[in-house]
Design a protein around this ligand. Structure first.
Ligand code: SF4
Ligand code: SF4
Length: 167
């Protein structure tokens, strides 16, 4: 994500446009239609999912583990008490960037990067973080900036002061 996009997302949070979900969902469809996740897999390499109880049970069953054994082999509790992978890249990421447990992958993997979710205003901080990991989200945010700048929205780029400093 280019520098300045974080500030843009913060302004968006303060003054959310009414059409925010509509714009983000349209961009999500456009950008992911031309994104090849199999040539990227950056999310699986750098940020694993949080695992729900259902996720653990489902994947453990697929791998013919007891859930407790699956936890011991692959997961750990993080400082917030969430189940996360012990190691990254994700151990289920294959050499060709496919997911070895695709049909049973965690809910968080299915929903990543959340740019098709309702109430985008509630996850703008997460979108800013995801833009640093996911090139598709970076592209969505860049296009959002252009769209709102063209609309003359108050959330467009902030005016520049002398020598490029923000006023
Ligand atoms: S980081 Fe984004 S573009 Fe890359 S594989 Fe994940 S979802 Fe797809
Ligand atoms: S479970 Fe699959 S989709 Fe989820 S991080 Fe691992 S390889 Fe990626």
């Amino acid at each position: 994500m280019k520098s300045g996009s974080n500030a843009f997302l913060k302004r968006l949070k303060r003054q959310p446009p009414r059409d925010l979900d509509e714009v983000v969902h349209r961009l999500h469809d456009q950008v992911f239609a031309k994104t090849d996740c199999l040539s990227c897999a950056n999310c699986c390499k750098t940020t694993g999912p949080l695992w729900t109880e259902r996720d653990k049970d489902r994947v453990a069953k697929r791998l013919r583990f007891k859930t407790a054994d699956f936890e011991a082999k692959y997961l750990r509790l993080d400082e917030d008490g969430d189940w996360v992978l012990q190691q990254l890249p994700c151990p289920f990421l294959e050499a060709d960037n496919a997911c070895a447990i695709y049909e049973d992958r965690p809910k968080a993997c299915r929903e990543y990067p959340h740019t098709d979710r309702a109430k985008q205003v509630q996850i703008l901080e997460l979108t800013a973080k995801n833009a640093a990991v996911c090139p598709a989200v970076g592209e969505i945010v860049a296009r959002m900036e252009l769209i709102y700048a063209e609309k003359g929205s108050p959330v467009g780029p902030a005016p520049q002061g002398p020598r490029g400093r923000r006023r």
